[in-house]
Design a protein around this ligand. Sequence first.
Ligand SMILES: *Cc1c(COP(=O)(O)O)cnc(C)c1O
Length: 397
Amino acid sequence: MPGRRTFLQTLSTLPVLGNLMPKAAAAPLPQRDFFKELAVVPFINAAGTYTALTASLMSPEVMSAMQYASRRFVNLISLQDAVGARIAQMLECEAAVVTSGAAGALTIGTAACITGKDQARILRIPDLQGMKNEVLIQKSHRYGYDHAVRTCGVRMVEIETADDFEKAAGPQTAMALFFNDNNTKGRIDDAGWVALGKKHGIPTFNDASADALPVSNLKKYTKMGFDLVTFSGGKGLCGPQSAGLLLGRKDLIEAARLNTSPYSDSIARGQKVNKEEILGMMVALELYLNRDHDATWKEWERRVAVLTGAVKNLKTMTSEVKVPEIANHTPHLYLRWDPAVLKIDPVQVRAKLFEGTPSIQVTPSSNKQELVFTVWMLQPGEAEIVAGRLKELFRGA
Ligand SMILES: *Cc1c(COP(=O)(O)O)cnc(C)c1O
């Protein structure tokens, strides 16, 4: 057996010592350039809140909340209780929970509608024998994210009219799912969906993930009567990318929580959310509600003007600004021109912007006809950098 002294001496020669002994008041560490080390190229985001492009950036206040949480242990259920209550108060709804994202919210919200707080059902889902196993949805509202609902073992029942809804609704119906962005694309609108759900005692769930703008939307849909509503945490709200909000009826939020972490034997144990994301999400929401949204909008218009200013004298160039009514309700800039005249086409400009230094990412929906930008994820000074690159590219073409 080595003596204590030998042991300490041995330890002190190990490079891991710093990891074993946390420093009391850690001085800021010199910043390692991880992306450079890994040869993963960061870029200026003139695209928008795309998950594959890592969507949005968290503010120092959010990061500070996450770091605060990272240094302390707490009981996770107590934290969920307290933050859920705080968020519900802020958004004037019955109850709330921070989820692993809007897709995670779709899964645990659906599970809640199927199982309620019945422990036997919670343990058995997605084997739905003897349980409600259908979700109603308008044909025009089918979308990729309903996979997060089908995960619970339910069958999607497509309907088109209010009459179809009435006929399809029954004791096997667990939930009625609504895709907010397609509000005007179906035959039944949001209020109509709520009314049908209430008439048949079927919980309605509105996926408003990308719809945190205008800010009034955060309260609108629960107040309208949807039993469950979700928003992504890492899109317009600029919270943790791996977080989201599930808002709604108290009994359903409680049931949703029983269907996920920290409960090991639950369908969404994999959609774990720890204290860092929970606090980060809460603080992001506080900042978002306190933000001067008019000033933010004016800043976005200024950035659009900076970009269009860079190309406005080019022959055949036209610019158009569109603001989607619902999802990603923020200015989208479309640049169009005749490639034969300017000797470069939108696909080439997009590629050159991406390959340049710094790398610039435009909206993926850009194509041969047009280059599409959003400016809401640009950081201070970046609109000017993008404008400068555009000038160079068209000059050099
Ligand atoms: C982005 C999105 C989701 C998924 O959101 P996450 O927070 O990334 O899980 C779900 N539904 C819609 C409509 C979305 O736009």
